[in-house]
Design a protein around this ligand. Structure first.
Ligand code: GLN
Length: 207
């Protein structure tokens, strides 16, 4: 089938995510139609959504100005998948501890916006992720970390003891940038893996 993929494109990295989604979809026998979301009225027709990295203050402001914020909430309320990465995680969180970010509350976590950014600007680390049978090469760029996790949130990966990948119902969110490697397994986990069997090794690596 053809999957209609909305990529929030008000600001931030879009093209790498599109490439990763296309690779993930192809592995599961799907084609994609990519819809770049910069205005209201496009989200409702999308099967899945992606909220990329960038600058969370700018992204959240533009989403509210355009009225896309409510559409993202409706998408999640309908149980449809979202992958939110880095600044996307910050925007999707319940609280970011920063008045300049108008968080959407799509994921029941609080985040520390530039937690890793204060220590090191960017780094790559092999990350054990629940549902993947081999470590994922995670690229962190001025990355946030998750502070508090709500009762229904599953932590999929931690780095130095702090959550950096979480799932809350239909929303998968990462502090790192899964689109910056050739490895599309996080996009597969977000959009194609059976949600009820996250620990089953190999589910994300079907031919
Ligand atoms: N820390 C940045 C912010 O607050 C996010 C960085 C990123 O998306 N690479 O928006």
């Amino acid at each position: 089938m053809t999957l209609r993929v909305g990529v929030v494109a008000v600001q931030g990295d879009v093209s790498e995510h599109v490439a990763a989604i296309d690779r993930a979809a192809a592995r599961h026998g799907h084609e994609t139609t990519i819809v770049e979301i910069r205005e209201a009225g496009l989200v409702a027709d999308c099967d899945v959504l992606l909220v990329p990295g960038g600058e969370s203050t700018t992204i959240s402001t533009l989403l509210a100005e355009e009225g896309i914020d409510e559409e993202l909430r409706a998408h999640v309320a309908a149980g449809k998948p979202i992958l939110a990465t880095c600044a996307g995680l910050i925007v999707a969180a319940r609280d970011a501890g920063d008045d300049r970010v108008d968080t959407l509350g799509l994921v029941d976590v609080t985040v520390d916006r530039n937690a890793f950014g204060r220590q090191a600007d960017s780094f790559e680390a092999p990350l054990d992720v629940v549902g993947l049978d081999e470590p994922f090469p995670a690229v962190f760029i001025r990355a946030p970390v998750v502070d508090e996790v709500g009762p229904d949130v599953e932590v999929l990966a931690t780095w130095e003891g702090r959550p950096v990948a979480v799932r809350d119902g239909p929303v998968l969110a990462t502090a790192f940038h899964p689109e910056l490697t050739d490895d599309a397994r996080i996009h597969e986990l977000a959009f194609f893996a059976p949600r009820d069997r996250p620990a089953e090794a190999g589910t994300s690596r079907q031919p």
